[in-house]
Design a protein. Structure first.
Length: 230
């Protein structure tokens, strides 16, 4: 167990947020109050000296929280309310203060950056096709070009899972979305996976575009995404 020098802000979405989310024609998934409450967000903020004041903490961080909550439902900023104020934030969200935050599993990754490092190590250490362990000097990278690359901007430089089967227990293949200013992206390799052989490369060149198209159907924020093999 480890004490974190943070306070927690537990955010619940109110009816105006639900009305906005359910008004988006491009997102056909309804957001119910039950679903929203089951997926509330906890934001960690710096610990303050003395007694923390909820209103002061919200005043400092409401704009960042507002943007994250909007992006959690719909990535495209054009779909967000363009004028956002503290008064509007209070109408859309309830915030509760957790003064003490404890980490019961300090040995596990704590931040998204920690998870990204582990995912990258996993991706680089195994063949995307057959799962064989790959040493640093072995294997090869296989790249794919994306149309509408901007829709993957939140994943740039990070590993994301791709599924070849719609079953709930289907295994995932880890793929890296290259940074847009990287040499790989300049070559047209917007998404890359690592394989151990030419046979596995051939399998991935067939499977990865299909997995990306399936992803575009499952994620409204990635509608109409198309892929081309590099």
């Amino acid at each position: 167990m480890s004490y974190l020098y943070r306070h927690g802000l537990l955010v619940s979405r109110k009816q105006p947020y639900l009305d906005w989310a359910n008004s988006l024609a491009e997102n056909d998934t309804a957001l119910s109050d039950e679903l929203s409450r089951a997926n509330r967000s906890l934001y960690l903020v710096p610990e303050v000296d003395g007694e923390p004041d909820l209103d002061d903490l919200v005043e400092e961080f409401w704009a960042d929280i507002f943007e994250h909550e909007l992006g959690a439902w719909m990535l495209a900023p054009k779909t967000w309310p363009q004028t956002r104020t503290r008064e509007m934030f209070d109408d859309w969200f309830d915030v509760e203060l957790n003064e003490s935050v404890m980490d019961l599993t300090p040995e596990e990754p704590l931040t998204q950056a920690d998870v990204d490092v582990e995912d990258l190590q996993e991706m680089m250490g195994h063949c995307a096709s057959c799962g064989l362990d790959i040493d640093d000097q072995e294997g090869r990278m296989v790249g794919f070009k994306l149309n509408h690359r901007e829709r993957y901007e939140p994943f740039e430089g990070r590993v994301m899972p791709l599924f070849f089967d719609e079953a709930d227990d289907a295994p995932a293949v880890l793929a890296l979305v290259t940074a847009k200013d990287s040499e790989a992206a300049k070559r047209g390799d917007d998404v890359v996976v690592r394989v151990c052989s030419s046979r596995c490369e051939k399998a991935m060149r067939s499977a990865i575009p299909k997995a990306l198209r399936r992803l575009s159907r499952q994620k409204p924020r990635l509608d109409d995404l198309e892929t081309d093999e590099s």
